[in-house]
Write a protein of this length. Structure first.
Length: 144
């Protein structure tokens, strides 16, 4: 089974962020990392929906993360239904440590909507639940 890696360390922080540029338009910002080839991370305003429950948050698009991940805390606080995996998936933080909540044991299927100036994009997506620190959603290379 493939190991997944959210782009946070074992304290829930992104250890690679060296600079954040704030945009006055749309409240979006980009974080640049020197440690991992200077690749940008982009946060987008999104809606996630499941059976009449809607959550508004930001998703971190992160080319340094594998998988499509949702924070266990966010999922439980909104009351989204989850599905238990037949086998756990190991998860490693960006700093190489094991995730503090251990292996991924659950998924959460929902509708992800990204709103933009020129319209929006919606798709059904299955997220893996993990402790993502202060991030609610991470869209890693599997989604990109």
């Amino acid at each position: 089974m493939k190991s997944l890696s959210p782009a946070v360390d074992n304290k829930g922080k992104d250890p690679t962020v060296t600079q954040t540029l704030d945009s006055k338009l749309d409240d979006k910002y980009i974080s640049y990392s020197n440690k991992y080839n200077g690749s940008p991370s982009i946060r987008l305003d999104v809606l996630v929906q499941q059976k009449g429950i809607t959550g508004k948050t930001q998703a971190l698009m992160d080319s340094g993360a594998t998988g499509v991940l949702i924070n266990t805390r966010f999922t439980k606080s909104k009351g989204f239904q989850t599905t238990t995996l037949a086998r756990p998936i190991p998860v490693t933080n960006i700093d190489g440590t094991r995730n503090r909540t251990g292996d991924i044991m659950e998924t959460c299927q929902m509708l992800l909507s990204i709103m933009g100036k020129e319209g929006h994009h919606s798709e059904s997506i299955v997220f893996y639940l993990a402790d993502l620190g202060w991030e609610d959603l991470i869209l890693g290379t599997d989604w990109l």
